[in-house]
Design a protein around this ligand. Sequence first.
Ligand SMILES: C[S@@+](CC[C@H](N)C(=O)[O-])C[C@H]1O[C@@H](n2cnc3c(N)ncnc32)[C@H](O)[C@@H]1O
Length: 250
Amino acid sequence: MSLYDRVTALHGDLPWGAVLDAGTGRSSMQWLLQRDTPRWTAVTGSQAMAEATRREAGDRIRPQDRVVVGNWSDPRLLDGERYDTVLADYLLGAIEGFAPYTQDRLFERLRPLVGGRLYVIGLEPYVPYAPSDPDGRLVVEIGRLRDACLLMAGDHPYREYPLDWTLRQLARSGFRVVDAERIAIRYGERFVHSQLDMCTHAAGRFHDRALAVAMLAHVADLRARALAHLRREGGLRHGHDYVVVAEPGT
Ligand SMILES: C[S@@+](CC[C@H](N)C(=O)[O-])C[C@H]1O[C@@H](n2cnc3c(N)ncnc32)[C@H](O)[C@@H]1O
C-alpha cells in the first residue's frame, strides 16, 4: 500500500472538501486528481516543478484549481485562505532547499490554512546513521554519496526530520495529533537509479574535473553493487516513512 493509499484510508468517509497540496509534485498531483474536491490549490517553490505538475494534470485542471509558485517563508502566500484538507507530502524534508533552517516554522505557517485536517508525510532521517545490516549499509552509502555530490555542486540536500520531532512541532503549532503511523520501506531499483542519477548530474557541475571523474567511477561501482544486492534479495529493506494526521487544536 502506498503512502497516498494510507492517507486515503485514514481519511475514511470524511469529505475532502477544498484541498491544499502544500508541497506539490507529480505523484501528489496524481493522487489529488483522483479525489472528489470542489477546488484545489497546489503549491511549489519551483517553477520547473509547477510546469511538471501542470503537465501531469493536463486538462483535468478546472478553472477553480490553481498551481501556485511561492515560498512558505513569504507571509503573503495564500494569506487569508482556508482549506478543509491540507497535504504536506515530503515537504518538510525539502524545506532546506527553499527556506533553509525554517523547518520549525512550517506547521505554524500552515496552521491558519487548515480548516479540517492536515496530513504530513515524512521520511525518518537515515543518512547520519550507521546500520550494521547489508541493506541498511547500502541505503546509507547511497544517501551519503547523493548528499556529498549535491553539496559539492553547490546545491542543498534535503534535511529530513524524525516522527517524534514532527509530533512535538505539531503540538507546539496548535495542532492535535489524531493518528500517526510509521511504515517500513523496501527500496527498489527506481530508488537506486534516481538517487545516483542526482550524483551523476551534480558531478557535471564540479569545478574539479578529476574529482568528477573519480566520483562518476565511484557512483557506477555503488550502482552495480546496490543493484546486484537488490536483485538477489528482492529489495533494500531499510528505514521508515511516516504519516501523521493532525487537526487544529482547541
Ligand atoms: C519532494 S517535493 C514533494 C513531493 C511531491 N509531493 C511529489 O508528488 O512527489 C517537495 C515540494 O515542496 C516544495 N517546497 C519545499 N520547500 C518549500 C517552500 N519553502 N515553499 C514552498 N514550497 C516548498 C518544493 O518546491 C516541492 O514542490
